[in-house]
Design a protein around this ligand. Structure first.
Ligand code: AMP
Ligand code: GLY
Length: 423
């Protein structure tokens, strides 16, 4: 089978690692890929939003199976473009990817089908949003409706901050057209858990749980980022939590999408908050998490192509999804200054230390080749993942492995997985 992966981050590197292991795969391409993915796949210089070029490439190279990694192309209809050309492709269609693409849509869906989530209101005009804020309880959460690189969420502690937030999102358009609508939501507290799942339109199979660390600095200080590190499984995702979510959240979401005529095939990522009133959905994503994929996929025992084909063909119920009975931790190596200003183009050393080491992985996020060497090319540069028999061992291994890599403005959090110590 000839396979194409669309994307070029750490998540796609983790997907590529699984695809490359599949006995069904004879040739792997990645568009655009990156310097790490290039060791597993032939990278093609086509951007993730260039649907015409991607489809033309897939036709010319007789690609049998395409996997779309990132949210932007999914929400914009990449899967529909491949299907229209008669090509086999994994991921939700545009009418289903709206589950991630519009927070107002996903909130209305949860309300209509009784799926637990924070109380909220949607607003199309800043005047209406501001009027609502006058009597709302603080703190409060403002969310730009559309995609905003995970940054369109503002937690406001005072009315003044909230008013300024409405201005930032709806008038200054800091997140572009994503801010044409706004969701104003009740503030919740509790631990966060990421749960990824495979979905075939009817059946949902849950993967092992994970936890991300979204803030840039230790102790969850600093700005929100795409994710600074993950661990899997989450010790807070207990059997009781799992039972509740299976009854009230997972299947209900899949059925709700089907009932709305928006059959979902692909990955649903449930961002959950474990509140004192039980688990609630913070957000849905329509794809693997990044860097959740970097701790979940190395622990998956199945052939990923088999599972993805079952999603497309509607027989996921026949798959016995299995994960290793161990743990994994991923520490993101970033460029100092991320997510604001940082330098790129710095040579990276030590990548060869990961060769032929079972249970250690270096997933490339922002890297590229320059004159035969690999240099930094983004805010998040690498994801260093290690497995271990338990979370503490995996964390120790992952931090040890971060020391094998050097580049000039290397930065990572020192407390990824610290929550484990509270268990
Ligand atoms: P989201 O993109 O919707 O997952 O939001 C990003 C982050 O904002 C989440 O991971 C939470 O840390 C935080 N957040 C979102 N919604 C709420 C809420 N209703 N209450 C408290 N924190 C929230
Ligand atoms: N790690 C969070 C996300 O992928 O959205």
């Amino acid at each position: 089978m000839r396979v194409l992966i669309v994307g070029g981050g750490g998540r796609e590197h983790a997907i590529a690692m699984c695809v490359a292991k599949s006995s069904k795969v004879s040739k792997l391409y990645c568009a655009p890929g990156n310097a790490g993915i290039a060791a597993l796949a032939e990278c093609v210089d086509i951007g993730v939003m260039e649907f015409d070029k991607l489809v033309a490439f897939a036709q010319k190279e007789q690609i049998d199976f395409t996997i779309v990694g990132p949210d932007d192309p999914l929400v914009a209809g990449a899967v529909d473009a491949f299907e229209a050309a008669g090509l086999r492709v994994f991921g939700p269609r545009k009418n289903a990817a709206i589950l991630e693409g519009s927070k107002a849509f996903s909130k209305d869906l949860m309300k209509k089908y009784g799926i637990p989530t924070a109380g909220y209101e949607n607003f199309d005009t800043p005047e209406a949003a501001l009027a609502y804020l006058e009597t709302a309880a603080m703190p409060i959460v403002l969310k730009a409706d559309g995609l905003a690189l995970g940054k369109g969420v503002l937690i406001c502690h005072t009315r003044e901050e909230a008013r300024a937030g409405v201005k930032t999102i709806m008038l200054d358009k800091q997140f572009g057209s994503a801010g044409n609508r706004i969701v104003i939501e009740e503030f919740m507290t509790g631990r966060e858990v990421s749960v990824l799942s495979y979905v075939d339109g009817k059946t949902i199979q849950i993967m092992t749980s994970a936890q991300d660390h979204k803030r840039a600095k230790d102790g969850d200080q600093g700005l929100n980022t795409g994710g600074m590190g993950t661990f899997s499984p989450s010790p807070f995702y207990t059997e009781e939590v799992d039972r509740f979510c299976r009854e009230h959240i997972y299947q209900k979401t899949v059925d709700a999408m089907a009932a709305e005529g928006r059959e979902f095939k692909g990955i649903i990522f449930f961002g959950l908050m474990l509140t004192k009133d039980g688990p609630k959905v913070l957000e849905y994503n329509a794809r693997f998490g990044d860097p959740e994929a970097q701790v979940v996929l190395p622990r998956m025992k199945n052939d990923i192509i088999e599972v993805m084909e079952a999603c497309i063909d509607g027989h996921l119920d026949q798959i016995d999804l299995q994960f290793e009975d161990n743990a994994a931790v991923c520490v993101v190596l970033a460029s100092d200054g991320y997510p604001e200003h940082y330098e790129k183009g710095l040579p990276i050393h030590g990548l060869e230390s990961f060769e032929n080491k079972d249970d250690y992985y270096v997933f490339h996020a922002g890297t590229k080749f320059r004159d035969g060497e690999i240099v930094t090319n983004g805010g998040r540069v690498l994801g260093v993942t290690a497995k271990g028999a338990d979370l503490k061992t995996a964390r120790k291994n992952a931090y040890e492995a971060t020391g094998w890599i050097t580049y000039d403005n290397k930065y990572c959090r020192g407390d990824i997985g610290k929550a484990i110590d509270e268990v």
